[in-house]
Design a protein around this ligand. Sequence first.
Ligand code: NAP
Length: 485
Amino acid sequence: MLAKTKHFMKQANLIGGEWVQADSGAMQGVTNPANGLEIGQVPTSGAVETERAIAAAAKAFETFKKTTANERATMMRRMYEAMLDNVDALAELLTMEQGKPLFEAKGEITIGANYILWFAEEARRAYGRTVPSPWADRRIMVTKEPVGVVAAITPWNFPSSMLARKIGPAIAAGCTSVIKPAAQTPFSSLAWGVLAEEAGIPPGVINVVTGKASEIGGELTRNPLVKKMTFTGSTAVGKMLIRQCADTVKKVSMELGGNAPFIIFDDADIDRAVEGAIAAKYRNSGQTCVCTNRFYVQSSVYDEFVTKMTKAVEALRVGPSLDGNNDQGPLIDEAAVQKVEELLADAVEKGGKVVTGGARHELGGSFFQPTLVADATTDMRFSREEIFGPLAPVFKFESEDEAIQMANDTEFGLACYFYTQDLGRTYRVMEGLNYGLVGVNEGVITTPEAPFGGVKESGLGAEGGAEGIYEYLDTKYTCIGGLGL
Ligand code: NAP
């Protein structure tokens, strides 16, 4: 482990500027999914510690909300620089707890840094407006104000960048936060606490609590001092948090599950489609919310796509991620492997053909072979359920309308992709797909400059883009009368 990695690996919670343990002293282990070995421990905190963190955030908000946008932007720029200066250490920490290849971890740290920079710039553009008044002697003003204390709950698949998309706009807007990371990957979130300290962000602006999910989530949603909940994770937990937030009418932003279709039309550049398909399916071992869940290929190019895709899948190198030479690491845990096995068995039973892969990898543990299943049909479970693993089902379709209908036949609406070289078709299909994110002839499209968010049961609100900061701002209308005009 790099010396700098140890520096970022905090085995404590951050509350009001102090690194502290749980009141009970209880700790929970964090393991490396590549070898099952414990890499460290974090406090098992609960409702009491969370209440304390919320109080610290509320106290810090009283002064932080008065800082200027310029002051906040300056702190955030320092945070951005600190991240870039420490990419290697932060990426090593991320790979150790999450398992993704080192090059992907470096990419995640870099994009997280870019979100911070983007929101540092957006802080200075959180404009209100003046409105032409219908009254001769009154004036109308619309201003934006920080919502207050924000609760942020994040998943294990992008433990660093998912948080960048939340604390970036929160700090930019002048809000303070209480963060609860996923149990499997708390260190990358705790590292944000170190970065915040080093960037001169005042104590209490960023608080991080690890431990019992339902107790921490219960307090974050119950406590009236919390004004907003921002969550990234499964649709089931997201729905529960929305319900819990109802009693105190908190603002909510939800980045939930996906079931991304990837459509290849007969006029597509198939080689380009294969390249995009590999990135959109196997990145992070298939464990991203925007990962392709269903490939739809037009019948006349079906065999060509399957042949070329199989070759590309077989070229993927699987192995421990810290080696730096591999394209695919382990899955996050044994339960994730079992889910892939179940979906695969269901598909095979219903006539799916395993073209390559199809079993656990010889490395053992939670390594799984990159897998491709042809002859997929809509009665197979992966047609509806998020796979979250390196398994690519390939369905066949005949017409454009059929492809759109199949792609939309899900309660999810996060990302979708399609490949065509026909301009008219590009617009028809783009407008026909009920999704928040559309990649046309591209398999990876996330960038801080663009809004990221789903429709239907994939979520509420957007992270990034010009939209991102407004999720952390309230709108105030002021009418000034008696002006004697
Ligand atoms: P998850 O089980 O919903 O967990 C996400 C977070 O919620 C974790 O921090 C977890 O804590 C916490 N949590 C669980 N139960 C809770 C409760 N009762 N109260 C409060 N918090 C609770 O999801 P996951 O398996 O980690 O992540 C994968 C899912 O996230 C997939 O569905 C994926 O599509 C989605 N995702 C969506 C996006 C997006 O931008 N739309 C991005 C990434 C991932 P513990 O770890 O302590 O249980």
